[in-house]
Write a protein that binds this ligand. Sequence first.
Ligand code: HAM
Length: 416
Amino acid sequence: MSERIEAVRGTKDVLPADVYKWRYVERVAADTAACYGFEEVRFPTFEKTELFKRGVGDSTDVVQKEMYTFQTKGETSVTLRPEGTASVARLCIQNGLFAGLMPLKLFYSISCFRYEKPQAGRYREFHQFGVEMYGSPEPHADCETICLADRILRRMGLNDIELKINSIGCPSCRAEYNAALKSYFDSHVSELCGTCTERLQRNPMRILDCKCPSCAAVASKAPKITDYLCQECREHFGHTCDTLADLNIKYTVDPFIVRGLDYYTRTVFEFIDPRSGLTILAGGRYDGLVSQLEPKLKVPGLGFAMGLERLIMIMSDRGLSFGEHKTYDVYLAGLGERGSRLAFNLAERLRERGLGACTDLMGRSLKAQMKYADKTGALYTMVLGDSEVDSGSAELRDMRDGTVRRVDLSKVEQWF
Ligand code: HAM
């Protein structure tokens, strides 16, 4: 016998009992972003591989190890998007959006693909809600973006998520910092893990992010970026921190937040769940990304992305609300030939009015139909047999409190 085909490792099905949670978090996030003037964009699931190499950075783990890349029949190398920022920048360049009004504020809700080791809160196909803002180099733009992230999490009912921020400077101050870091780690190379020994050559800042205990111990005494920021980057970070404090947004400055993607400059931030230690949402400023993709353009940008699997898992663990899980309004149980016909007809009349209605499609007994209505979460039930057909009226039972009302079957519009 042939083997049963199962979903690919690191991917996840979402069943009807959970889909309403997804709809809820996506709706709350989109509505909150709209309050800040963001508009939705949609873009392809795959892009030319070169976009991510140039945008996300050739030396990052994402590009080096985690991309799902394949050749198309036309021999073009394409990649399933590992994130959304590079695609949105490409979309804006290609569609001339940078010629329009600034700031430009966009949001998206997408699937992403990374070949990572699956574990709790980490998948190979996962989903992000993200925002990108272009055009403003001002610290107020950093603060507004962080405020939006904070407000989304609060609207979900998450009030204790920790915000960590840092500034990783601009290419000029970072060059000096990287040299200092490299010489520090060079003198501790025997204490670093294999991956970090490689990172030492390519991107020493990534060592600061390593979870391996011996690397973390070495990293804890490494030079700090905040001591190497140039005057302008220091002022930018200072203004950002002061404005956050003015707005009563709690944060800690963590010089170990360096982010795994190459495009970041200046402000970077992560929102971390203190209970699981998972990063729910992360982002930062990327003033060089657009010119990296289109040298004629110089447009500052910043944004964040929130992991939806992680968000939903953390909210579920805390018993937070996902709004009402509504299934359908009325179950019409048919009894006998005439009753069943009427039930079938009334169901269509209700649907025409935009109400949810179900009726028997399995030839079940009345008792079994009522059991089905109960299990599937019908808000109301109605039994239709010969006497209801003859009288033209029937009882509409509210399943939540058991109350019953007699209604005219010819006046569906008066039922609710
Ligand atoms: P990122 O930190 O790579 O940033 O991902 C953002 C969020 O996506 C993470 O904090 C996490 O919640 C979720 N995430 C990442 N990888 C996985 C995974 N394998 N499984 C489940 N969830 C995951 C970015 O992607 C940037 N594009 C964010 C950004 C937008 N920066 C500026 N604009």
